[in-house]
Design a protein around this ligand. Structure first.
Ligand code: IMP
Length: 420
C-alpha cells in the first residue's frame, strides 16, 4: 500500500505540478481531491511547457487520472483540456459526487468581488467559491446529474431562476444566457463525459489494498485552506493533507507519505497578509527571475523571503514526511539571502504563524541572514550544490524538523536533485 500526497506548504504555486510529474513516473493512479480550475499546474518536458488547470498532472505521463468528489469541475474547461491533449487520449475517471461549476457561478464570483468594498479577496473568478457554497447549501449540481439528461433538466429548472434573480436583483448583472441554452450545452457535455463516470473512492481504496502506487495531487496551498488559511483571504476547499480523506472518500491510515512542497522563498497571488513581503529591488529580482506571474490569471505574484513560522505551522497542519524545495536557482546571484526565523508580536517572540489576521498584522519578522550562492545548472548531485546553498537548505530542514528529499533547480524534469 503506498499513498503519496503532494501538498503546497505555503500560499500555492510552489511547483506541485513539477514534483507530481516527477513522482508520477512510478504511480498507477494520479488523483485530484480538491479545488478546480483555479489551479495552474505547469510541467516542462523536453523543453515543452504544458499547463493544466483541472486535469491531474499525471496526464503528462499517460497515467490513469482521477478527479475525486472534493473537486469542483467546470465541464467547459474539461473539454478544452481534453482537446489540448489531442489524439493521445487519456484514461480518466470522475467521481459521480463531484460538483459542477455552472455558468452562473462565474458571474456570481465576479459579482461578489465587485460588491466587496473593503475585503476584496482577489479570486481567480473561476466560480470556485459560489460552486462550493452551493454544495454546502445542498443545491449544487453533481456529475451524476450532469450525465443524465432528465435529472440535469430538472436540476437546471430548479436552480436557474433563483440564480438569475440573484444575479439581476442583487448584483445588477444581466444574465447573458437562457435556461434552455444552458441545458443544451451542458447536456451535450454530460453525454460526452458519461464514459468517465467512476466511483473514485472505490477505485482508489481497491488500488491501495492491491499495493498499487497512488499519488494525490493537491492544488493551491496550506495557507489558502478554508479553515486553516488566512481567512477570508483563502480558497473554498481544503488543500491541507486532511483534505484527501474527505475529497476522495478514504481513510487517513491509507496514506504513508506526505510531501510538502516548499518554494525557496514565498509568493502569494491575491490579497491577504504576507509578513515577509518584499516590494524593493530584491523582490523585483525574485519576480523576474522566478517568472512569478500566475499560471491561471497571469497576475503578478507578490514575493517575499522564506517564512519559517509559516512552515513550522504548515508542518503541524499537514504532517509532512519529507520536503521538496523548489526554485532554489531563483535565489542564485543574490549577495545575501534572508529567512524569517520568528516573529515579534506584542514584544513576544513567536515561532508559529498567528491563528488570526489580527495577530499577523502585528507580526514583525525576525530575520537570519545567509551568504548568497550561485546555482550553475550543472549540479546533478546534492554534494555538488554550493556550500552556502546547502547551509540554507539544512537550516530549513532542522527548523521544520523534516528531511528534504528533493531539490529543484530549474523548470525541467532533469533539473531535479535527489538528496539521500
Ligand atoms: P479562488 O480559489 O478563485 O476563490 O481564489 C481565492 C484565493 O486563492 C485568491 O487569493 C486566489 O488568488 C488564490 N488562489 C486560488 N487558486 C490558486 C492557485 O492555484 N495558486 C495560488 N493562489 C490561488
Amino acid at each position: 500500500m503506498a499513498g503519496t500526497i503532494v501538498i503546497g506548504a505555503q500560499f500555492g504555486d510552489e511547483g506541485k505540478g513539477k514534483v507530481t510529474d516527477f513522482y508520477s513516473d512510478k504511480a498507477d493512479l494520479v488523483v485530484r481531491y480538491q479545488g478546480g480550475n483555479n489551479a495552474g499546474h505547469t510541467v516542462v518536458v523536453a523543453g515543452k511547457t504544458l499547463k493544466f488547470h483541472l486535469l491531474p498532472s499525471g496526464v503528462v505521463q499517460g497515467k490513469r487520472i482521477l478527479i475525486g468528489a472534493g473537486v469542483v469541475l467546470d465541464p467547459r474547461v474539461l473539454k478544452k483540456e481534453i482537446s489540448d491533449i489531442g489524439s493521445k487520449g487519456m484514461d480518466l475517471g470522475i467521481d459521480p459526487r463531484t460538483h459542477i461549476i455552472m455558468p452562473w457561478h462565474n458571474l456570481l464570483d465576479e459579482g461578489r468581488e465587485e460588491l466587496r468594498t473593503t475585503k476584496k479577496i482577489g479570486t481567480t473568478k473561476r466560480g470556485i467559491g459560489p460552486c462550493y457554497a452551493d454544495k454546502a447549501e445542498r443545491i449544487g449540481i453533481r456529475f451524476e446529474e450532469l450525465v443524465e439528461e432528465k435529472r440535469l433538466q430538472q436540476r437546471i429548472r430548479e436552480v436557474f431562476p433563483v440564480k438569475k434573480a440573484i444575479l439581476e436583483k442583487v448584483y445588477n448583472i444581466k444574465v447573458p444566457f437562457g435556461e434552455n441554452e444552458v441545458f443544451d450545452e451542458y447536456n451535450a457535455l454530460g453525454k460526452e463525459f458519461r464514459k468517465y463516470l467512476c466511483d473514485v473512492s472505490l477505485e482508489v481504496c481497491e488500488a491501495l489494498e492491491n499495493r498499487k502506487e497512488v499519488v494525490f495531487e493537491g492544488a493551491q496551498g496550506t495557507f489558502l485552506d478554508n479553515d486553516f488559511g488566512t481567512y477570508p483571504y483563502v480558497t473554498s476547499s481544503h488543500p491541507i493533507s486532511g483534505g484527501v480523506t474527505t475529497g476522495v472518500g478514504m481513510p487517513a491510515a491509507k496514506i504513508n507519505r506526505i510531501i510538502g512542497i516548499v518554494k525557496a522563498y514565498t509568493t502569494r497571488v491575491g490579497f491577504g497578509p504576507f509578513p515577509t513581503e518584499l516590494t524593493d529591488e530584491t523582490g523585483e529580482h525574485l519576480t523576474q527571475k522566478g517568472n512569478e506571474f500566475g499560471t491561471t490569471t497571469g497576475r503578478k505574484r507578490r514575493v517575499g523571503w522564506l517564512d519559517l513560522p509559516m512552515l513550522r505551522t504548515s508542518m503541524r497542519f499537514n504532517g509532512f514526511t519529507e520536503l521538496a524545495i523548489t526554485k532554489l536557482d531563483v535565489l542564485s546571484g543574490l549577495k545575501k539571502v534572508k529567512v524569517c526565523h520568528s516573529y515579534t508580536v506584542n514584544a513576544k517572540e513567536i515561532k508559529y504563524f498567528p491563528y488570526s489576521n489580527k495577530g499577523l498584522e502585528k507580526a514583525v519578522p525576525n530575520y537570519r541572514e545567509f551568504e548568497g550562492f550561485e546555482i550553475t545548472g550543472k549540479e546533478k548531485k546534492y554534494s555538488e550544490l554550493a556550500k552556502n546553498a546547502r547551509a540554507y537548505l539544512e537550516y530549513i530542514e532542522k527548523e521544520i524538523g523534516c528531511p528534504i528529499k528533493l531539490v529543484s533547480v530549474g523548470a525541467g524534469r532533469e533539473d531535479t536533485i535527489l538528496k539521500q
